[in-house]
Design a protein around this ligand. Structure first.
Ligand code: HAM
Length: 421
C-alpha cells in the first residue's frame, strides 16, 4: 500500500465536509454555553488503563478496537476511543471534587479500530457533554434536553428517534444477568458465535446483537424492566414522566443496553434510519460509580456523545458559505491601492477576495465563481476622485461610493452576516 494514501478509516476534512463539521461544532458550542457547560480539552492519548478499567475488558472497544502502543519510555498508552473516561480521569487528577457539580462540553477526534463503512471510521470526531455531581434525574433530563435542542438547531429532528431504557443499579443488574444467563444457556446451540462468547464475558450485550439468530432468541428473553428494584424503577418513571411533560418524544427500548461497562440506570440513544447500519447518532447514559472505580471521590454523572460525521450525513444541505467582496483593480496604481484597501477592510472584519492577477473579465469570472456578493472596481479615475464602483453581483446594479463612506456603506448594503466573518 502506498504511503501517500490516508490510513484506512481516516479522512481529510475539507470543502463541504469541513463546512458541515464547523457548522455542527459551532451549533453545539453555542448551545452548550446556554446550558452552562464549560469546554474541556483532554489529551488524545492516556495511559491504557484509563480506558480498560472503565469501559470494561469485555467491551468491543477495549478487547478489539483500541490503538494501543508503548512509547519510547515504555509507557503503555492508548489513543482515546471516547471522551468520558478521559474526563473522569481529569476530574480526579485535577482534584475538581470541591467544584461539583461540574458541567463539561468537549469535542475532538476519537480512535477505534473498527471495520470502516458509511458513518463508521477509525478516526472520527465526537461532540459530547458530561454532567458530574448530580444524582437527581434533573441532570438526565438536562442533557437530553440539550440533545433535543441540538437536533432542532441542525434541522434534523425529524430524522432521529430517542430510545431510552433503564439498566438499573448494580443489584438490579446482577439479578437480571443471572436470569439472562440461565435463559441463554437453554438456547446455547442457536446463539451466534459472538454471543456464545458474550455469554461468558458480558451477557447483557447479547440483547443488542444484530445477528438474526440472536434477535429471535432475544424475543422471549427476560426483560430488564422486571428486575429493576423499587429505587431504579422510580428513577426511570420520573424520567419518562418529565420527558413527556416537556413534549420530548421517546420510545422505551428494552433491548438497549449500550456496550460500555460504566453505565447504570438511564441509557439512551438517538437513532436514525438514514445511515444504513450505523444507526446511533448520539448516545449516552448515567455512570454513577465511575469516579469511584477510577479511584476518585463519589460523583454521580450522566452525559452523551454524538458522532460529528453521522450528524453531518444527516444535514439537508451545506451550511451557507460566507460571500466575499471581490476587489478588482484596473491598472498598476490601482493594484497597489487595492492591496492597502484589502488589508484595511479585512482588519475591519470584511471577507475580501482579491485575485492575484488577471484582466477585468477574468477577475469578474472569478468573483462569480466565488459567489461574491459584490465586486469593488477600482481604476485610475476612481483613484483620482476617491470614489469606488460597486457592482452587486446578484442584480448587476452598479453604484458609485465615496472612499470615506465605504465601510459604512458595505455594512449597511450587505449586512453583517453575509460579508463579515
Ligand atoms: P458511543 O456510543 O461509543 O458512546 O459513541 C458515541 C457516538 O459516537 C455514537 O453514537 C456515534 O454517533 C459516534 N461513533 C462511535 N463510533 C464511531 C465510529 N467508529 N465512527 C463514527 N462515529 C462513531 C461513547 O463514546 C460514550 N462516551 C458516550 C457517553 C458520554 N456516555 C456518557 N457520556
Amino acid at each position: 500500500m502506498s504511503q501517500m494514501q490516508p490510513v484506512r478509516g481516516t479522512h481529510d476534512l475539507f470543502g463541504s465536509d469541513i463546512l458541515r463539521y464547523r457548522h455542527i461544532l459551532n451549533a453545539a458550542a453555542s448551545l452548550s454555553r446556554s446550558y452552562g457547560f464549560e469546554e474541556i480539552k483532554t489529551p488524545i492519548f492516556e495511559f491504557t488503563n484509563v480506558f480498560s478499567r472503565t469501559l470494561g475488558d469485555a467491551s468491543d472497544i477495549v478487547s478489539k478496537e483500541m490503538y494501543t502502543f508503548s512509547d519510547k519510555g515504555g509507557e503503555i498508552l492508548s489513543l482515546r476511543p471516547e471522551g468520558t473516561a478521559s474526563i473522569v480521569r481529569s476530574f480526579i487528577s485535577e482534584g475538581l471534587a470541591q467544584h461539583l457539580p461540574l458541567k463539561f462540553f468537549y469535542e475532538g477526534p476519537m480512535f477505534r479500530y473498527e471495520r470502516p463503512q458509511k458513518g463508521r471510521y477509525r478516526q472520527f470526531y465526537q461532540i459530547g457533554v458530561e454532567l458530574l455531581g448530580v444524582d437527581s434525574t434533573d441532570a438526565d433530563i438536562e442533557v437530553i434536553s440539550m440533545a433535543e435542542h441540538l437536533f432542532r438547531k441542525l434541522g434534523v429532528s425529524r430524522k432521529v428517534t430517542l430510545e431510552i431504557n433503564s439498566i438499573g443499579d448494580h443489584e438490579s443488574r446482577n439479578n437480571y444477568k443471572q436470569a439472562l444467563v440461565e435463559y441463554y444457556k437453554k438456547h446455547l446451540e442457536n446463539l451466534s458465535d459472538d454471543s456464545k462468547v458474550r455469554l461468558m464475558t458480558n451477557p447483557l450485550r447479547i440483547l443488542d446483537s444484530k445477528d438474526k439468530r440472536d434477535i429471535a432468541i432475544n424475543h422471549d428473553a427476560p426483560k430488564l424492566a422486571d428486575y429493576l428494584n423499587e429505587a431504579s424503577k422510580q428513577k426511570f418513571e420520573q424520567i419518562k414522566k418529565t420527558l413527556a411533560d416537556l413534549g420530548i418524544l421517546f420510545k422505551v427500548n428494552p433491548f438497549l443496553v449500550r456496550g460500555l461497562d460504566y453505565y447504570c440506570h438511564l441509557v439512551f440513544e438517538y437513532r436514525t434510519t438514514a445511515l444504513g447500519s450505523q444507526d446511533a447518532v448520539l448516545s449516552g447514559g448515567r455512570y454513577d460509580g465511575l469516579t469511584e472505580i477510577m479511584g476518585g471521590p463519589k460523583a454521580p454523572a450522566v452525559g452523551w456523545a454524538a458522532g460529528v460525521e453521522r450528524l453531518s450525513l444527516l444535514l439537508d444541505a451545506d451550511p451557507k458559505k460566507l460571500r466575499p467582496i471581490s476587489l478588482i483593480p484596473l491598472g498598476e496604481a490601482a493594484e497597489m491601492a487595492c492591496r492597502n484597501l484589502a488589508h484595511d477592510l479585512r482588519g475591519k472584519g470584511f471577507f475580501i477576495d482579491m485575485s492575484y492577477s488577471g484582466n477585468m473579465s477574468n477577475r469578474m469570472k472569478k468573483a462569480t465563481k466565488q459567489n461574491a456578493i459584490a465586486a469593488l472596481i477600482i481604476g485610475e479615475s476612481e483613484l483620482q476622485n476617491k470614489l469606488y464602483t460597486l457592482k452587486l453581483m446578484d442584480t448587476g446594479v452598479q453604484m458609485t461610493i465615496k472612499e470615506t463612506e465605504l465601510s459604512e456603506r458595505l455594512t449597511t448594503i450587505y449586512g453583517d452576516s453575509s460579508t463579515k466573518s
